[in-house]
Design a protein around this ligand. Structure first.
Ligand SMILES: [Fe+2]
Ligand SMILES: [Fe+2]
Length: 349
């Protein structure tokens, strides 16, 4: 059950009307990171929360507060629109200042809502339920909440600089403060979920053994320049490996032959595109392969009849294979247990 109190959480009184600014404020009501979004996001997270107690209560406390923020903003918008032109626009528009105001005003705030706020953003795009995140996984959701409050505070800060009205600024100061504490609380709640043993630092903390271990600790260097390698993430004990020269692991991504009834432009032999599909890179004589056989991880130079080295773990063998390939200036191919190529690195000179 929800109850309504006839008092605003904080005062929402502009010193004077400003229909142009009323439109801008719509972003904080019905924008992707507006108060309607956090309201609905927290309400659905709370309704879907499967543990009674501190987490659910924190979510519902905040959800209910956010309804009050929608109310404050809607009230502010209505007051900013007080006296906004509703008639005789042709005459009013002859005054250049008035024309500017009319030009910048949200027509829906006059035509549709009669001088009040609308559930839309500053460009009139209607609020959308797909803006919200409520997954039932509290770690994933709390991270989304901290991000939503950060975006909300960012936009509030920008809007704070777009007005000189002391009354509007007064309310936005309060909103900024609430966005600050909401960010803090969600970040603290994330730590608490971990401390309580409910979640770890990856969401979800399941299937970590099943996921492809070859690919859970590498950053693919896929944009120009070497700077992505300069963060602390790629140094130290627990570094994420930076793949300087990553190669595609799959074949060409060609779509299948279309059904004739779809009239898709198609040529069976690929003619007309001026080229033939590239063959996936083959292993050349002298390249180094890391693979699994007879219960061990091995490194072998292509063309040699015997393994150069073996290792107890894949990581150990892979590191040795990488060294060998670097020294020889050849490609290093790492296979999964099932023999499929998982990684390929070029160390060619
Ligand atoms: Fe809020
Ligand atoms: Fe908030």
């Amino acid at each position: 059950m929800f109850r309504h109190t006839k008092f605003l959480q904080f005062e929402a009184k502009p010193e004077r009307p400003d229909p142009y600014y009323a439109r801008k404020l719509q972003e904080l009501i019905g924008g992707a990171y507006g108060e309607m979004t956090v309201t609905m996001q927290y309400l659905f997270q709370g309704w879907n929360c499967r543990i009674e107690g501190k987490y659910k209560d924190l979510i519902m406390d905040t959800a209910t507060e956010e309804i009050g923020h929608v109310e404050m903003l809607a009230t502010m918008v209505a007051r900013l629109l007080e006296g906004a032109p509703a008639t005789a626009t042709a005459e009013a528009a002859q005054d250049p200042v008035m024309a500017a105001v009319l030009g910048g005003m949200d027509p829906q705030q006059a035509i549709v809502s009669g001088g009040g706020a609308v559930p839309a953003d500053s460009n009139g795009t209607p609020w959308n339920g797909k803006y919200i995140v409520a997954s039932g996984n509290l770690l994933a959701d709390f991270r989304a909440n901290a991000a939503a409050e950060a975006q909300g505070r960012l936009q509030t800060a920008r809007l704070y600089n777009m007005t000189e009205d002391p009354g509007v600024k007064e309310m936005l100061k309060f909103n900024l403060a609430r966005d600050t504490v909401h960010q803090k609380q969600w970040l603290r709640a994330i730590e608490e979920l971990q401390a309580d043993g409910l979640e770890s630092d990856i969401a979800p903390g399941a299937l970590l053994d099943e996921e492809d271990q070859t690919h859970n600790n590498t950053i693919w260097h896929l944009s120009d320049g070497p700077d992505g390698n300069k963060g602390t993430w790629s140094s130290g004990e627990d570094r994420i490996e930076y793949l300087m020269d990553p190669k595609p692991l799959g074949g060409p991504g060609s779509a299948p032959k279309p059904a004739p009834e779809l009239y898709v432009t198609y040529a069976a032999n690929g003619s007309g595109n001026g080229s033939t599909a590239a063959e996936p890179a083959e292993l050349a004589e002298g390249d180094v392969e890391t693979f699994y056989a007879d219960g061990r991880w091995k490194n072998q130079v292509v063309g040699n009849s015997r393994a150069s080295s073996t290792g107890d773990t894949k990581a150990e063998a892979q590191a040795e294979g990488r060294e060998l390939a670097r020294k020889r200036g050849v490609a290093h191919v790492v296979r999964r247990k099932d023999g499929e190529i998982a990684e390929r690195h070029e160390y060619g000179r």
